[in-house]
Design a protein around this ligand. Structure first.
Ligand SMILES: [Zn+2]
Length: 335
């Protein structure tokens, strides 16, 4: 497990770009990927012609991935791994298997560079921690305007009764290892946890599914999780993967992007504090404990034991949570 006490100094390793793939090395047990945000169309890479070659970019998802990376880094003074494909999916789609995503040698070089970076990060994370979280950032244009979280479970599976759903989560979801590691908590509560955190961080202004409030996505084209989710959760026992599909209106306008960066970052920080980080400094500064209450309402009790210059100062609201940010909750949620 990542030991926060070992890292009192800010982690800083330079980001680099090779073959059009941007990589920011990190040291936290967190990997953020953005495979579809690329707009670059070098003439040296021929266009793809097969399946999905005409799909447009997931606009602004690189900015969102980098923004989350920065927010999380500011919080911990340690960095997540961030990898983005800057090349258009017309040239190389890295969220598909190699044979579908790259049709030429030049496209294949991009695909391989991207996945080497992701794989290197995953191996680094699991070498020093037994577990890690990969968050794959995408954008959708579905009518419901909700953030869709992909766990490799279909709409039909998400509609199953709790007992059946729990079994399915343990068998085939992209967080099945997470559910097994935390066997004392009912699997479907763990499935809704990240969605509940995002919704709560936005004062429930942003709909998120699956979550306690919206267990079943409304759009029939709901994205269950693509190649990245399928491939990486399967390779290593400790890696948990969540695909985050952000609706158009939260990506296109800068103010909304800032909000979505903030709420997703807060949810990630809460996840890390609770499940992936051995609490040294972090636990002393912030001991936010998120609990799912009856009636599916999120409550987080905050016991700031040693706040100092940073930490959460809000403990009263029942519909809110705090994950120990360096700024006040009010400021964070209402920029
Ligand atoms: Zn996408």
């Amino acid at each position: 497990m990542f030991d926060a006490e070992k890292y009192s100094k800010r982690f800083k390793e330079k980001a680099y770009t090779t073959q059009g793939v941007y990589s920011q090395p990190g040291n936290l047990p967190l990997i953020i990927t953005a495979p579809h945000g690329g707009l670059s169309k070098p003439e040296t890479i021929p266009d793809r012609t097969r399946d999905g070659s005409l799909l447009l970019a997931d606009m602004h998802t690189k900015e969102i991935a980098l923004g989350i990376g920065e927010f999380v880094s500011d919080h911990y003074r340690s960095a997540p791994h961030v990898i983005s494909n800057d090349i258009s999916r017309r040239k190389a789609d890295v969220n598909r298997p190699l044979q579908d995503g790259a049709e030429t040698d030049a496209g294949e070089r991009v695909w391989r560079e991207y996945h080497q970076s992701v794989q290197f990060s995953v191996e680094k994370v699991l070498k020093s921690n037994r577990s890690g979280l990969l968050v794959d950032i995408h954008g959708h244009t579905h009518f419901d305007g909700a953030i869709e979280l992909g766990y490799l479970l279909s709409l039909e599976e998400l509609q199953s009764k709790s007992v059946i759903l729990d079994q399915i989560i343990l068998e085939k979801s992209s967080i099945r290892q997470f559910a097994k590691r935390h066997g004392k908590t009912t699997p479907h509560k763990l499935l809704y946890y990240f969605g509940d955190l995002i919704a709560a961080s936005s004062e429930n202004h942003i709909a998120v599914s699956p979550s306690s409030h919206m267990p079943i996505p409304l759009d029939k084209n709901y994205f269950v999780g693509g190649f990245t989710t399928q491939y990486y959760h399967n390779l290593w026992n400790g890696l948990d993967v969540i695909q985050v599909e952000i609706p158009r209106h939260l990506r296109l306008h800068e103010k909304n992007r800032r909000l979505v960066i903030k709420v997703v970052s807060l949810a990630i920080i809460n996840m890390l504090d609770r499940y992936y980080i051995k609490h040294g400094i972090a636990r002393n500064l912030f001991s936010g404990q998120a609990k799912l209450k009856e009636g599916n309402e999120m409550k987080v009790e905050v016991k700031a034991t040693s706040i100092g210059t940073s930490g959460c100062r809000v403990a009263s609201s029942t519909r809110q949570h705090c994950v120990g940010s360096s700024r006040s909750l009010k400021k964070l949620l209402k920029p």
